[in-house]
Design a binder for this molecule. Structure first.
Ligand code: NI
Length: 428
């Protein structure tokens, strides 16, 4: 049996015990067996001991909206207007990507994510089976949605079903369906997505109400908002939908998001960088809508650091509401952790540092000038820390990074290979 004891930690539980000032976590196999303050005094039973040295132990981040292989496009075609950038740079580059390239891009993204404390992510891309293969090797949790886009979708649906069959018993991979958006798909396909998701009990990951252009296109075609359109064809009925962006919302949209139990994923940095707008996060929270947090792809961010994203999220809500109390540090951290699991409907199993929860957690170094003093641990996490402060990462009871060193990825090799690949792709 795999046993791990983490001691000497400030524990953010995201649960009933709130914060334990000096405590320990005892792990057996892939579950948390005991969480308490003070010293662990029972028999160690051969447990591997990690001394957190006063660091902060908390649930890992859930990056709830990514396109992970886009790490290969980080900074490519920077500074162009959106449509020119997509048509002249992003799409031609993506058209050249092979399955092997997607794997290398995934490794690059996973290195960055694990090193900055992410233990689970919700992805939407193509060649998603290749991403899943990498996820299994690396032992992080991937909730992976193969994209459904354009006019001909039969093969895409078949791909999703093959992927479902391949990974249905996987510990690390969960298969989702990823209809790209209402403006890149017709109504019939969106309806088909709903039917398929109900049949497989599979969550749906989609982009919704991201830009004013999208709202205009859908209004003109259907005289509805994108959210009303999906609702009108029954896509949300009996499914779990995780909707990225939700920037431009109308009164009825809030009602639908709430009544159909839809999670909105906030992507503040992408929304700012692409000048899409400011999502009404505090209003959604007032409506009791679950709001999670994501970075979106690195080509519109340009990193996968959830600390950075939390800080942007909180600052943006304070400024746009002209209210310093808007989106507290605690609520921001909850968006970046537990709310991702609520989105997926598994928050009774993962996302808290409590007995019987899955052993997914990170340790943040506090022995750094910018992390001291600790008057308010939530504030330090959201406003002072950054991705480089994550020291140790545990997923499903496996230590995948310890003392800043990755255990399941040959970092040096994949950094080299990513550099080499990108040159090769550009020359194709
Ligand atoms: Ni996106």
């Amino acid at each position: 049996m795999n046993r791990v004891l983490v001691k000497n930690a400030i524990i953010i539980t995201m649960g009933k015990k709130d914060v334990i000032e000096n405590g320990y976590v005892y792990i057996e196999d892939n579950k948390i067996k005991e969480v308490n303050n003070g010293e662990y005094t029972n028999d160690l039973n051969g447990a591997y001991v990690i001394d957190a040295k006063g660091g902060i132990l908390m649930p890992g981040f859930v990056n709830s909206h990514t396109h992970i292989p886009m790490t290969l496009l980080r900074g490519y075609g920077e500074g162009l207007p959106l449509m020119k950038w997509l048509r002249e740079k992003v799409w031609p580059f993506e058209n050249k990507l092979t399955q092997g390239d997607v794997e290398i891009g995934s490794y690059l993204g996973l290195i960055e994510m694990i090193k900055s404390g992410t233990t689970a992510f919700i992805d939407m891309y193509f060649h998603e089976i290749n991403i899943a293969d990498v996820v299994e090797r690396v032992k992080i949790r991937g909730f992976l949605a193969h994209t459904i886009i354009g006019e001909k979708n039969e093969e895409q649906f078949k791909y999703v079903d093959d992927m479902y069959n391949k990974f249905k018993d996987s510990k690390y991979v969960n298969v989702l369906i990823g209809p790209h958006s209402p403006y890149t798909l017709n109504k019939e396909v969106l309806k088909q997505v709903g039917d398929y998701a109900r049949y497989r009990h599979m969550p749906i990951h989609i982009h919704l109400s991201e830009t004013l252009d999208e709202i205009e296109i859908i209004k003109e075609k259907y005289n509805m908002t994108p959210i009303e359109l999906c609702d009108s064809i029954g896509m949300f009925d009996g499914t779990k939908t995780i909707a990225a962006h939700c920037v431009h919302l109308y009164e009825n949209d809030f009602e639908i998001l709430k009544s159909k139990d839809i999670t909105a994923v906030h992507n503040p940095q992408s929304n700012m960088k692409l000048a899409s707008g400011i999502a009404p996060v505090t209003k959604m929270i007032d409506y009791n809508i679950n709001v999670a947090l994501g970075t979106d792809g690195t080509s519109s961010n340009n990193n996968l650091d959830m600390f950075d994203e939390m800080r942007s999220a909180s600052l943006l809500q304070k400024l746009s509401n002209m209210d310093a109390t808007a989106l507290s540090s605690y609520n921001t951290l909850k968006m970046a952790t537990l709310n991702g699991y609520i989105a997926l409907g598994i928050d009774d199993k993962i996302g808290k540092i409590e007995e019987n929860y899955k052993a997914d957690m990170i340790i943040i170094d506090t022995n750094k000038a910018h992390m001291l003093p600790i008057h308010d641990v939530y504030s330090n996490i959201v406003f002072a820390a950054n991705g480089n402060d994550v020291k140790t990462v545990i997923v499903d009871g496996n230590i995948i990074m310890e003392d800043y060193e990755l255990k399941t990825i040959d970092e040096e090799y994949y950094l080299y290979e990513a550099r080499r690949r990108v040159k090769e792709i550009l020359n194709r």
